[in-house]
Design a protein around this ligand. Structure first.
Ligand code: ADP
Ligand code: MG
Ligand code: MG
Length: 251
């Protein structure tokens, strides 16, 4: 489903990813961990097609198609839900208007039935309920004045409605409280299915107490230096990253 081969990428002309390999098959949940500054968010941004993130070598294929050649909207239409694909804040555009446009684009491209406004509202309200977000948030400007936890709930709500084939979430260390973490976990777990791949970039071992991954990868200095099963996350929690990176202490 997702095949990343020898990927090299730069941010503002600075090489960050230096030969990264990763394969994600349908049904699999992968966690990508690693010390601060190792390139985790860069990977998420490159796959999202964010401005200023440039692939300089290797390839990232989604169902055989090169992501580098797809616009962010085409990536969404192909069934990807990626970190930062959805703008952080769009003042003046309500959450509901935004969802309507995004769902029309994606469902249309995938040949799924169009939701009329009644269905859309029902689905959106149900998704809000699942993430404990009051339905009044549907009327507000996208992410406008949302707290960190509300933005996170909103993102997971969007993801649930989009029903992606592959979801990639970047869980930064920006101080999500335990409630928000559990919302992420609940949302991700509800999307687990044999047809769907999930990549969770995370700085938290704690999140993996709630989302048990099939595979854990350690990203360091722009490469995946170790892969294992869920037990690797526990080992990292006990031992840190130094035994893998050769550094005494790592953040
Ligand atoms: P992680 O998510 O693993 O903590 P990042 O991908 O955020 O790591 O960062 C990897 C490296 O890329 C860091 O050295 C960071 O300073 C650098 N970097 C990230 N974004 C930019 C940018 N926009 N301009 C310059 N350097 C950047
Ligand atoms: Mg970081
Ligand atoms: Mg990061």
């Amino acid at each position: 489903m997702l095949e990343i081969r020898d990927l090299h990428a730069s941010v503002a002309d600075k090489p960050i990813l230096k030969g990264l390999n990763l394969t994600v098959n349908p049904g699999e949940v992968h966690a990508i961990m690693g010390p601060n500054g190792s390139g985790k968010s860069t990977l998420a941004n490159v796959l999202s097609g964010r401005d200023n993130y440039e692939i300089t070598g290797g390839e990232a294929l989604f169902e055989g198609n090169s992501l580098a050649e797809m616009e962010p909207e085409e990536r969404a239409q192909a069934g990807l839900f990626l970190a930062f694909q959805y703008p952080v804040e769009i003042p003046g555009v309500s959450n509901m208007e935004f969802l309507k446009a995004a769902l029309e684009s994606v469902r249309g491209a995938q040949g799924k039935e169009e939701w009329d406004s009644v269905t859309l509202l029902r689905q959106a309200r149900a998704a809000c309920k699942q993430v404990n977000l009051d339905a009044s948030f549907l009327k507000r400007g996208v992410n406008e004045g949302f707290s960190g936890g509300e933005k996170k709930r909103n993102e997971i709500m969007q993801m649930m409605l989009m029903e992606p084939k592959l979801a990639l979430l970047d869980e930064t260390d920006s101080g999500l409280d335990i409630d928000a973490l559990q919302v992420v976990a609940k949302g991700v777990n509800s999307l687990r299915s044999p047809e769907r791949g999930i990549v969770l970039v995370t700085h938290y071992q704690r999140l993996l107490d709630y989302i048990v991954p099939d595979f854990v990868h350690v990203l360091y200095n722009g490469q995946i230096i170790k892969s294992g099963g869920k037990e690797l996350a526990l080992e990292l929690e006990q031992k840190g990253y130094g035994w893998l990176t050769g550094e005494e202490e790592s953040a």
